[in-house]
Design a protein around this ligand. Structure first.
Ligand code: RI2
Length: 308
């Protein structure tokens, strides 16, 4: 797929999931570098910057995309000559994609320790990191009742059902508004992340904060499965996370909307750190209060200051 095609598919959500959009963006930049036939480092650089801009403009909320794109450019500059520049970009992209894939497995192995035999587990949307935790617990022979929210309007819950059924778990779907009703019987909630802010707040699929609130009220542990590249260096400098709003036609057909009525379709929300028991990352299980440290240690100062 071309870089333009990747950007369009991320925007249309044909490619979706916070980690997947980052991996595919890194791969698109890798291809772009490999396809450049010339020997002009400045020309290659300009082409890569154009591609970077296009990918970053595709979806605004998940910092994984920004971190993935930044990772490809780490230590790269047009001054290094076209061959070294190309090699640096390709190797950075390869490293990012490999680490991103490994992280999901590590998170699964660590997070599964928080699930006990017989637990009722609730998840929201379709997070590969969160599902890695549940699937690993299943592989360890733990019997669970797993509930997936429908996750309107995109209904990613159906993808979750498919992913879980594929490995032999028999999941149950609930509508989003049934989450609090079910919570009295839930033992643990596991969700993914699009962005974790430097203060530990979680930005994830719309509805996550209501589930966290219900879990908090019912004293049910609320776990977040998140690779370190879901942590946002940008928030360290006070930037607020832009919450994507998508077209109203994703919620209702335009002919269903009476004249004078409006439809609002925010696709993410913010869960305050006090509702989060732990964040499961590939470098360990951390409290939300460790977010600042994760950003500095794992993403690094060089990374943080590469802002353009
Ligand atoms: P992984 C998704 O966003 C969901 O919000 C999900 O929780 C998050 O990405 C993380 O997914 P969307 O692309 O990276 O469906 O864990 O809007 O797969």
């Amino acid at each position: 797929m071309s870089l333009e095609g990747t950007a369009v598919s991320i925007k249309s959500m044909e490619i979706r999931g916070a980690a997947e959009i980052a991996r595919r963006a890194a791969d698109a930049l890798r291809q772009e570098a490999l396809e450049y036939q010339g020997h002009d480092a400045k020309e290659l650089w300009a082409r890569m910057q154009r591609g970077k801009g296009m990918l970053l403009a595709s979806r605004p909320t998940a910092v994984s995309l920004w971190n993935g794109v930044q990772a490809v450019f780490k230590g790269a500059s047009p001054e290094m000559g076209s061959d070294v520049l190309r090699r640096t970009l390709v190797s950075n992209a390869d490293t990012f994609i490999k680490r991103a894939n490994e992280a999901v497995d590590i998170i699964g192995r660590m997070g599964s320790k928080r699930i006990r035999d017989g637990d009722w587990v609730l998840t929201h949307c379709n997070s590969k990191a969160a599902l890695s935790v549940i699937i690993q617990a299943h592989k360890e022979g733990k019997k669970m009742e797993v509930f997936a929210t429908e996750s309107r309007p995109w209904r990613q819950g159906l993808l979750t059902l498919r992913d879980l059924a594929f490995v032999g778990i028999e999941p149950t779907l609930i509508v989003d508004s049934a989450a609090r009703w079910l919570m009295k019987d839930v033992d643990v909630v596991v969700v993914g992340a699009d962005t974790i802010c430097s203060n530990g707040a979680l930005i994830n699929k719309i509805g996550t904060s209501q589930i966290a609130l219900a879990a908090h009220e019912a004293r049910v542990p609320f776990l977040v499965a998140a690779e370190t590249f879901k942590f946002s260096p940008k928030t360290m400098y006070g930037e607020l996370v832009e919450i994507e709003e998508r077209d109203s036609s994703e919620v209702v057909r335009p002919d269903e909307v009476p004249a004078g009525a409006k439809i609002l379709n925010p696709v993410f929300d913010a869960t305050p750190p006090e509702y989060i028991d732990a964040i499961i990352t590939e470098v360990g299980l951390v409290p939300p209060s460790a977010a600042y440290e994760i950003i500095v240690k794992e993403l690094g100062h060089e990374f943080i200051f590469e802002r353009n």
